[in-house]
Design a protein around this ligand. Structure first.
Ligand SMILES: Nc1ncnc2c1ncn2[C@@H]1O[C@H](COP(=O)(O)OP(=O)(O)OP(=O)(O)O)[C@@H](O)[C@H]1O
Ligand SMILES: [Mg+2]
Length: 302
């Protein structure tokens, strides 16, 4: 089973407002509500690709209940810990003012809640996959990812970590199966800026030397590079298309990679599925469907 973790899931309220004005009452032209959070995005695209997963994390209050209801509608399993206090967050996103958003805080996660999650992780079995994606809420220790991986050590569980800065470098010693920095996040680790496949490869190899098994560097419209555990390096440009909404392209890529890997245990196929899923989500308003992904898969040569 694949497990994804979303510590602080949200209900995203995505609206467009014509001529948005500060200090005024503005009215929406279009409205959309979706469950949000990187782990939930990964679970959604896995579901679209026909793969089962269980989403873990914390929910609270009526927003938490609505998130769970929507997850059920999408059709993947979840086993969230419901907190007694507080409320899961609503994130307001202004669609036609790219990147303008007001994100809520979410509930306070206490030590006992985290311990309850750790107990659930104790049930994972050899061969299971755990995806940890995104930032850690401020009420939780910054060592949470490391603590989780330390607890999973020596249990033959494959881990995927999509995180930035120390959150990422601190887990390398636990040999995550996959890490997926984008080129900017990779650059940040080395105080450099990367724009080409050739530039990222030596640094992806360095992260592999530090412990990561597979390093997938996404590069937005420039495609991606994979330094794989088998010693092979794969690079590809992205297919050309109209960018509609890049939010969740990275999460889709993780879902595509896992699906491809589980299907064939072949890195070229996993890389191609990853690229296809990332681009298909970038070219679509919502997260990509299987048809959208496979259409792009057929156009790629890896
Ligand atoms: N404009 C684009 N055109 C074609 N493909 C794209 C585009 N943007 C993203 N992709 C595809 O999606 C993959 C992941 O995108 P990106 O590098 O932006 O991830 P990210 O920054 O981690 O995103 P996020 O964290 O918001 O999910 C890219 O490697 C590429 O395959
Ligand atoms: Mg990302």
């Amino acid at each position: 089973m694949i497990y994804t973790v979303t510590f602080n899931p949200s209900l995203d309220y995505i609206v467009s407002v014509k001529d948005f004005k500060l200090w005024n009452t503005n009215r929406t032209d279009t409205e959309l509500m979706l469950p949000g959070g990187k782990g939930l995005n990964v679970s959604t695209v896995l579901k679209n690709l026909g793969m089962d997963s269980t989403a873990l994390g914390f929910t609270a209050g009526f927003v938490g209940d609505e998130i769970l209801r929507r997850i059920e509608n999408i059709g993947f399993k979840s086993d969230f810990i419901k907190l007694e206090n507080g409320c899961s967050r609503i994130n307001l996103k202004l669609k036609n003012y790219d990147g303008t958003e007001i994100n809520g805080q979410g509930p306070v996660i206490e030590h006992a809640h985290l311990e309850a999650l750790m107990k659930k992780l104790d049930q994972l079995k050899a061969g299971d996959i755990l995806v940890l994606a995104g930032s850690i809420p401020s009420s939780m220790p910054t060592s949470t990812y490391e603590d989780v991986l330390a607890r999973l050590q020596d249990r033959k569980i494959l881990t995927v970590v999509d995180a930035t800065k120390n959150l990422l470098t601190n887990v390398l010693k636990y040999h995550p199966f996959l890490i997926k920095p984008n080129n900017h996040e990779l650059g940040e680790l080395f105080c450099l800026e990367f724009n080409t496949h050739e530039e990222v490869i030596p640094y992806a190899k360095e992260l592999q030397k530090q412990g990561a098994r597979n390093v997938l560097v996404s590069m937005g419209g420039k495609g991606a590079a994979l330094v794989a555990e088998n010693g092979e390096v794969y690079t590809s440009d992205a297919v050309k298309g109209r960018l509609v909404n890049a939010v969740g392209a990275g999460d889709s890529m993780v879902a595509g990679f896992l699906t491809g890997w589980l299907e064939q245990h072949d890195y070229a196929h996993a890389f191609r599925m990853a690229l296809a899923a990332g681009s298909a989500s970038a070219f679509s308003e919502l997260l990509a469907t299987k048809d959208e992904i496979m259409e792009i898969y057929d156009q790629l040569q890896v």
